[in-house]
Design a protein around this ligand. Structure first.
Ligand code: GCV
Length: 720
C-alpha cells in the first residue's frame, strides 16, 4: 500500500507567543520564522516512508507529524509506503536494518558496525537518482531515537544536506528515579505532586504519561523507577501491579522500561511471612513467586531498585546478613526474566562514629566481585549527599569487578529547590570528567560509569527526577534543562555542558543568536553562583533542617550527629572545615594515591574543595593572597553578584521570548537574588562569631541580625 500525503504549506504568520506555559518542554516545534529555511526543509521532505509496521515506528511517525506540521506549517504529515514503493521524490525513510534493501545494507555495513542495539544512523543517500534521508538502526527504538535527533536538526535550524550522523548510547540503563509516594506526595519534589495518578489507574490514562514518555525518549532515557526508594510494599500487590502494567504499556513503544523499588520487608508486610531474612527458604521462594507475578503483569519489567539499611529502611542487616546476601537473593529471582537489581550504596549509620563520608566505601568495597552479574551498585555522585558541589565519590573506580552506576539528583533538594535556576549538567560534567586514577591517568568517572574502564557488561546511570504535576513539569521552566541535560549525559557522558545548554535553548526558547547567547550565559554561570552563595570552598551540608531550604549552619541539636551542619563545617575560633586528611578522618585515603595526595596537600588541593578536606585557620592565605575569612566573605558576595548578573541578563530578553515564560523566570530569579543575599548574610553573620573579623571591602552588610535568620521557619516547605 502506498499513501503519499502532499505537504500543504499553511500560511501561518509567525509571532512570539504571548502565553507559553512551558508544557511542551524542549519539544516546542514552533513554526520556523524564515520562509526560506522552511522551504528548504519542505523540499527535502516530499514523502515519508517507513518500512516497519510497529508501534514504536508509529510513535516516531506521530512525532514527525507533530514536529513537521508545527515547524514547517504543514498539514497531515503521516504517510506510509512499502520499501519497493519509494516514489521518485526526495523524502525521509524510517527503517530498521532488517528491512533495508540489500544494496542499502551493503552501503551501511560499516556504520552498523559502529552502533549498538539503540544506536542510529541518519544519512543522506541517492536512490533512483533522488536524494533520500534514511533514519535507521538495529531496532525500532533506535529509529525512534534517530527520529528525535532528526527533528532536533530542524528545531535548531541545521542543514539537511549530506547528513551523516552516527550515534549510539554509551550507557545501557539510563533511568529516572521518582521519589514518588503512593499518596502522590513526592519526597524532595518541588514541582507539585506525583504525575502518577494511582487512584485512577489503570483505567484512566492521563495524557501526561504519553508526553512524559515522548520527552524521555527524545533524550534517550530508557527506564523509569516509578516509586520512592523509601518504599511502600503495596506497590508489589496485584492491585498496584495492574496500575504499573498500564503505565508500562504507555511507555513501551517509547523504549522505556518500568522498574519498581522493592521494600526489603515486603515478605512480612504483604506476604504474611515471619521474617524477611534473605537466606530464609520461604523468603527466597516468596520473592521468586512475586517476581514471576510481576512479569505476568509486565513482561518487560526492568527490575528492582533497593535502598536497604539506610536511613531506617529495612535490609539484610536486620537479620545479620549483608548487602551481597540481599542483592543476590533478589538478583536470582529476577535473573530468569532478564531483570536487574540496582542496589544503592547510600548508607551511613548513627552507630558508626567514623566520618560519614567514609562509610559507604568501607561497607561496599570489600564486597567487590561478590555480586551477581545482574546487580548494579548505585552510587551517589559524592560521598555525602547531593551537595551543591562535592568531590567525586571514592567508590568510583574502587570496585573494578562490580558494575557501579551513577546516581545524580536532578531535583534540587540542596540547591534552592525549584525556585533557583541552577544548570546541573555543568556540575554533572565536572564529576564525570574527573580522573579517579584507579587504572592510571585518564580513568575518569565517565569511564567507570560507561563500563569502559573495567570492561563491565552491565552499565547504568540514574537521575532523581524533578518532574511533577506543575503545568511546566519542573516548577521552573529553566530547570527543564536539567531533565534534558541529564538525559543527554546519560546517553553520552562525554558531552559538553555548553553544547547541551545551546541545543536545549534552541529547542525550548529560540534560535535567535542574542537569546541563545544570553540564556547560555545565565545557565553556564548558574552552578558556580549557587556554590558561591551557599557553600563556597567546599563547605557542605549547612542547609536548614529537614526541608534543606535556606541556610542553617547553626543547627546543632539533631539526634544524629551527622545530621547537624556543625558536624560538617566545624567552625570555631581556630578556623573552619572538616579535616579529612590522614591527620583527620583519613577519608582522603579512600581515593587512588594520586588523588589522595592531591586532596591532602594544601598546595594541590583545588580551592573549591578546600574546606571539604581541611580545617584551616581564618588567617590561612588563599591563592589570591587574601585570608580565608576575607576570601569566604568575598565568595558569598560573588555569588550574590552573579545572581544579579543573571537577573540583568534575563531582563534583556523581554519581548524576545514569550511573555509568560519571561515573567515566570523573572520572578523566580528575583527570589533567587533575595535568597542568595539571605544565604550570604546568614552564613557570614554566623561564621563571624568565630572569626571575629570585619567584612572585607566590597561585601555588603546584612540588614538583619543572626537571631532573625535563626528564627525563620518554613513549616510547610514542600518535598519534606
Ligand atoms: C529518599 C537524602 C534525602 C532523603 C532521601 C535520601 C536517599 O537523605 O534527604 O529524602 O530519601 O537522601 O537518597 O535515600
Amino acid at each position: 500500500m502506498f499513501r503519499k500525503i502532499s505537504l500543504i504549506l499553511l500560511m501561518l504568520t509567525f509571532a512570539i507567543s504571548e502565553a507559553d506555559n512551558g508544557y511542551n518542554l524542549w519539544l516546542q516545534y514552533v513554526q520556523i520564522e524564515d520562509v526560506n529555511v522552511r522551504q528548504a526543509y519542505i523540499e527535502k521532505l516530499n514523502q515519508i516512508v517507513y518500512l516497519n509496521d510497529n508501534e514504536t515506528i508509529n510513535v516516531a511517525l506521530d512525532e514527525l507529524n507533530i514536529g513537521l506540521s508545527g515547524m514547517l506549517g504543514l498539514s497531515d504529515v503521516s504517510a506510509l509506503v512499502n520499501s519497493e514503493k519509494i516514489n521518485n521524490e526526495s523524502g525521509l525513510m524510517l527503517a530498521t536494518y532488517s528491512t533495508l534493501s540489500d544494496g542499502l545494507k551493503r552501503e551501511f555495513k560499516s556504520d552498523f558496525n559502529k552502533i549498538n542495539e539503540e544506536g542510529f544512523i541518519i544519512k543522506s543517500v541517492i536512490i533512483n537518482n533522488v536524494s533520500q534521508i534514511i533514519i535507521t538502526g538495529k531496532t525500532e527504538v533506535a529509529v525512534l531515537y534517530g527520529t528525535f535527533r532528526f527533528l532536533k536538526l530542524l528545531q535548531s535550524h541545521q542543514s539537511l544536506n549530506n547528513l551523516n550522523i552516527i550515534d549510539a548510547p554509551k550507557i545501557q540503563k539510563r533511568v529516572l528515579n521518582h521519589w514518588d509516594n503512593l499518596d502522590r506526595t513526592v519526597e524532595r519534589g518541588y514541582s507539585g505532586f506525583s504525575i502518577w495518578d494511582w487512584h485512577r489507574l489503570p483505567d484512566y490514562l492521563d495524557f501526561r504519561y504519553t508526553d512524559y514518555a515522548r520527552a524521555n525518549a527524545s533524550v534517550g532515557i530508557n527506564g523509569t523507577v516509578l516509586n520512592n526508594v523509601n518504599a511502600n510494599a503495596n506497590i508489589l500487590t496485584p492491585q498496584y501491579l495492574e496500575k504499573v502494567a498500564a503505565l508500562a504499556k504507555v511507555f513501551r513503544p517509547y523504549g522505556i522500561k518500568v522498574y519498581l523499588t522493592a521494600r526489603f520487608s515486603a515478605p512480612m508486610e504483604i506476604g504474611g511471612l515471619k521474617t524477611s531474612d534473605p537466606l530464609d527458604e520461604d523468603v527466597i521462594s516468596w520473592w521468586k513467586q512475586k517476581v514471576k507475578e510481576v512479569y505476568q503483569f509486565i513482561p518487560d519489567f526492568g527490575g528492582f531498585l533497593v535502598k536497604a539499611n539506610s536511613e531506617g529502611q529495612p535490609g539484610p542487616q536486620n537479620y545479620g546478613r549483608n548487602h551481597v546476601d540481599g542483592a543476590n537473593m533478589l538478583a536470582e529471582a529476577l535473573n530468569p526474566f532478564g531483570g536487574i537489581v540496582m542496589w544503592r550504596a547510600f548508607v551511613y549509620s548513627e552507630h558508626d562514629t567514623t566520618d560519614r563520608a567514609k562509610q559507604a566505601y568501607s561497607e561496599f568495597v570489600p564486597f567487590d566481585g561478590k555480586f551477581k552479574d545482574n546487580v548494579l551498585i548505585q552510587v551517589k555522585n559524592g560521598a555525602i549527599d547531593f551537595q551543591p558541589r562535592e568531590p567525586f565519590h571514592p567508590m568510583f573506580g574502587a570496585m573494578p569487578k562490580t558494575p557501579l552506576m551513577m546516581e545524580f539528583q536532578i531535583t534540587q533538594e540542596y540547591l534552592g529547590q525549584s525556585t533557583h535556576t541552577v544548570f546541573l549538567p555543568k556540575f554533572y560534567e565536572e564529576v564525570l570528567k574527573t580522573d579517579t586514577y584507579r587504572e592510571g591517568k585518564g580513568s575518569t568517572v565517565a569511564k567507570v560509569i560507561d563500563g569502559s574502564l573495567n570492561n563491565q557488561k552491565l552499565t547504568g546511570i540514574a537521575g532523581v527526577s524533578n518532574v511533577g504535576t506543575d503545568i511546566n513539569w519542573t516548577g521552573n521552566v529553566m530547570l527543564q534543562a536539567n531533565w534534558y541535560g541529564y538525559g543527554r549525559l546519560a546517553w553520552n557522558p562525554d558531552l559538553k555542558a555548553e553544547n547541551i545548554a545551546n541545543e536545549w535553548i534552541r529547542m525550548t526558547f529560540s534560535n535567535d543568536i542574542a537569546v541563545v547567547k544570553t540564556i547560555e550565559d545565565i545557565l553556564l554561570m548558574s552552578h558556580e553562583a549557587v556554590v558561591n552563595y551557599m557553600t563556597p570552598f567546599g563547605l557542605h551540608h549547612i542547609m536548614a533542617t529537614g526541608h534543606h531550604y535556606g541556610p542553617g549552619p547553626w543547627v546543632a541539636n539533631l539526634s544524629r550527629p551527622e545530621w547537624n551542619p556543625v558536624y560538617y563545617h566545624k567552625a570555631d575560633a581556630n578556623g573552619i572545615g572538616f579535616d579529612r586528611t590522614e591527620k583527620g578522618s583519613g577519608a582522603t585515603d579512600q581515593y587512588a594515591k594520586e588523588v589522595s595526595k592531591e586532596f591532602s596537600n594544601l598546595n594541590s588541593c583545588p580551592e573549591e574543595y578546600l574546606l571539604w578536606f581541611h580545617h584551616l585557620s581564618w588567617e590561612y592565605k588563599l591563592k589570591s593572597g587574601v585570608t580565608l575569612w576575607d576570601g569566604l566573605a568575598l565568595k558569598y558576595q560573588e555569588g550574590v553578584n552573579q545572581v544579579k548578573q543573571m537577573v540583568d541578563y534575563w531582563k534583556s530578553l523581554e519581548g524576545k521570548i514569550d511573555q509568560q515564560r519571561f515573567k515566570e523566570v523573572e520572578m523566580l530569579l528575583n527570589i533567587q537574588l533575595k535568597e542568595a543575599k539571605w544565604w550570604r548574610d546568614a552564613c557570614l553573620l554566623y561564621f563571624q562569631q568565630f572569626s571575629k573579623k570585619q567584612l572585607p571591602q566590597g561585601v555588603e552588610k546584612s540588614t538583619k541580625s543572626l537571631e532573625e535568620f535563626k528564627n525563620m521557619t518554613f513549616p510547610f516547605a514542600p518535598g519534606n
